[in-house]
Design a protein around this ligand. Structure first.
Ligand code: SF4
Length: 211
């Protein structure tokens, strides 16, 4: 099986296994998703959702985030970890949104990654999940690990993994594909104890029983 054939088969298999897969960060606006995604670095979605429940009540606009003192925002997001750099990123991105985009996250990759504190992964999450635009594939730790186990990429660098996936996964599935791998990575193909015997896609996986 070539890499492209395997990718196509994996896409169809996971579509059937996880028809309900979706972004597990709670949000109701693109701005909220941008903030939640920045907070999700090195933190569980569950913890982020606990913090954002009150955060989103307190800060409703980009102006609110841009105007708050660094120390105050640090306090509000402390339990998500790395709170100093996350607070800095949120305030800087919000200031750029106010200055250049009328307070709303823009809809292009180019404009999103030009915001301070926003990288390609965050931009992909916002474009795919808040705007429904398949501009790239979100590569987090699960997507990277599963892509290597499924031999869809040999790379460790997330941007190189993303490039490999964009070559073999149909564009219309880019956003969903990332959710499918994340869901499978959490439920079945965990970092330490992959459940190969119980895995729904083991027939397609070159690493089955070898990790
Ligand atoms: S067969 Fe094993 S390594 Fe391959 S995807 Fe399934 S759980 Fe992961």
């Amino acid at each position: 099986m070539t890499r492209a054939e395997r990718a196509a088969a994996v896409v169809e298999a996971l579509r059937g296994v996880y028809p309900e897969a979706h972004c597990e960060l709670d949000f109701s606006t693109p701005l909220e998703l941008l903030v939640a995604t920045i907070l999700s670095a090195q933190c569980t979605d569950k913890r982020v959702n606990i913090v954002t429940r009150s955060l989103f009540q307190k800060y409703r606009t980009a102006e609110d985030y841009a105007g708050v003192a660094q120390e105050q925002l640090e306090e509000d997001i402390r339990t998500t970890g790395f709170f100093r750099s996350k607070a800095k990123s949120i305030r800087a991105a919000a200031a750029d949104l106010v200055a250049k985009h009328g307070g709303e996250p823009p809809r292009t990759m180019e404009e999103l990654v030009a915001l301070r504190g926003v990288g390609r992964k965050t931009a992909n999450v916002v474009l795919g999940n808040a705007y429904g635009l398949d501009e790239g594939v979100v590569v987090d730790t699960h997507v990277g690990r599963l892509s290597r186990r499924l031999r869809l990429s040999r790379h460790d660098d997330p941007e190189k993994v993303e490039r490999d996936l964009m070559r073999v996964v149909p564009r219309a599935d880019w956003t969903q594909f990332s959710h499918w791998l994340i869901w499978h990575g959490r439920r079945r193909c965990t970092a330490r104890w992959p459940d190969c015997p119980g895995c729904e896609i083991r027939e397609l996986c070159p690493s089955a029983g070898k990790v």
